[in-house]
Design a protein around this ligand. Structure first.
Ligand code: NAD
Length: 411
């Protein structure tokens, strides 16, 4: 199923509960602007290669557009469109004053040198610099992009528009970034996992967690949960994974990945396992933190975890979601579970605009407060309306955007 179709199903379910009219549904589902650009760059070899870049600006009823930039070979317009709408609902669920957007370039970043990646990023900014900016649309990191890419974006944007650190978030701390932004998505996943376990009355120490994806989100979620005395029994990346029933040593995993270009291959502190095996691992909490669409009708029945926390965007197909619903597997949905990143991006943007910086403790405290409040609101709504956490989160997000749309005036 295409990513946009999957999100449409979740949207419709919430819209039914909210009794939204057909014209309002159409308005909320339609992107404000979709841009596709070609980006020719000269490779280090002197060869010319053309890449395709996208930016979809979905909805700005609640504030400037906000959303990550993904570098991955499977990026296409449908995926970017789907992820842009997710951002609209996500920023509304945590009630921060943004709309939703997403961008990406169809590229395998590992196959480019650092200089080629920088050229590609700068040429992309050349192509779209009139369409984003601090009050318009603010990109951030996503899969395959990093603080360095954000720094190049800010620098290239400044060549056209002057010093504008708030034009992009997720920048390195030494270059107008925010202490705590890099860890925020994974930390938020950890905070919300603990909130959920607490609500269910499950004891934290020894909770067995399996994490697919050991990049920005997966590593920080693993570290936070290990610090909270959970047992990380399995982790994986694109090359496969490792498991250990007594718990993997997360600091050792991080040291190994740091020393091997971010990859887990060759780790000796656990038994190897495939990504398919990881999804079916014996554990209490499964955290998909890599690609979308990894849990489908074909493999949902093999999942043994009673709780799934969607750290990745759209990792569960609606068919699989229905199976989990029927079986009583609890799913904490992406638009809440991974909202820590955009929340910290908001802090970064606010401080860039004020030319001020909070310390890490304040960032963590504010992040914890916003996520805890949002979780409680979604939990209460799910309980009151007898719906899943996903439907409740969509209801919360969609209703806030619909309300702002009406308040802003429709004529
Ligand atoms: P990343 O590029 O830092 O890491 C991705 C990880 O996934 C890597 O370990 C990679 O090896 C692994 N991976 C790739 N293909 C895989 C496969 N087929 N099977 C198993 N693992 C695979 O990306 P990230 O920033 O950690 O993002 C991960 C997910 O979280 C994405 O879905 C992204 O949209 C979502 N997300 C990220 C942020 C953020 O702030 N970075 C915010 C919200 C949501």
């Amino acid at each position: 199923m295409r990513a946009s179709e999957a999100i449409r199903i979740y949207f419709d379910r919430a819209a039914d509960h909210l009794d939204l009219s057909a014209p309002m549904r159409r308005l909320l589902l339609t992107a404000k602007r979709e841009v596709q650009v070609h980006i020719p760059i000269e490779r280090d070899s002197g060869e010319l290669t053309t890449f395709i870049g996208y930016r979809v600006q979905h909805n700005d009823a609640r504030g400037p557009l906000k959303g990550g930039l993904r570098y991955h070979p499977q990026v296409d317009l449908d995926e970017v469109r789907a992820l842009a709408s997710l951002m609209t609902w996500k920023t509304a669920v945590v009630d921060i004053p943004y709309g939703g957007a997403k961008g990406g370039i169809a590229v395998a970043p590992a196959e480019l040198s650092t200089h080629e990646l920088e050229r590609l990023t700068r040429r992309f900014v050349d192509a779209i610099h009139d369409l984003f900016g601090p009050d318009v649309d603010i990109p951030a990191p996503d899969m395959g992009t990093s603080g360095d890419v954000m720094a190049w974006i800010m620098n290239q944007y400044g060549k056209y528009h002057g010093f504008s650190p708030a034009c992009v978030t997720g920048k390195p701390v030494e270059y107008h970034g925010l202490p705590g932004r890099e860890e925020a998505t994974g930390r938020g996943v950890g905070i919300l996992t603990l909130k959920l376990l607490g609500r269910l009355g499950r004891p934290l120490p020894g909770t067995r967690v399996a994490i697919q994806g050991f990049g920005n989100v997966g590593t920080h979620a693993a570290k936070f949960l290990a610090d909270a005395e959970c047992r990380i029994v399995a982790v994986s990346d694109a090359g496969g994974g490792f498991h250990r029933a007594e718990g993997l040593d997360v600091l050792e995993l991080l040291r190994h990945a740091r020393a091997h270009g971010g990859l887990l291959a060759g780790f000796t502190g656990g038994d190897p396992m495939s990504n398919a095996e990881l999804l079916a691992a014996e554990c209490d909490v499964l955290i998909p933190a890599a690609l979308g669409g990894v849990l489908t009708a074909a493999n949902a029945a093999s999942v043994r975890a009673p709780i799934i926390v969607e750290a990745a965007n759209a990792p569960i197909d609606p068919d699989a979601d229905a199976i989990f619903d029927t079986r009583g597997t609890l799913v904490l949905p992406d638009i809440l579970a991974n909202a820590g990143g955009v929340t910290a991006s908001w802090f970064e943007w606010v401080q860039n605009r004020q030319h001020y910086r909070w310390g890490i403790n304040r960032v963590r405290q504010e992040l914890g407060r916003i996520l805890a409040e949002s979780f409680e609101q979604v939990w209460q709504l799910a309980t009151a309306r007898q719906v899943s956490l996903r439907t409740a989160a969509y209801m919360q997000g969609v209703s806030r955007v619909a309300k702002a749309t009406v308040l802003g005036g429709l004529s």
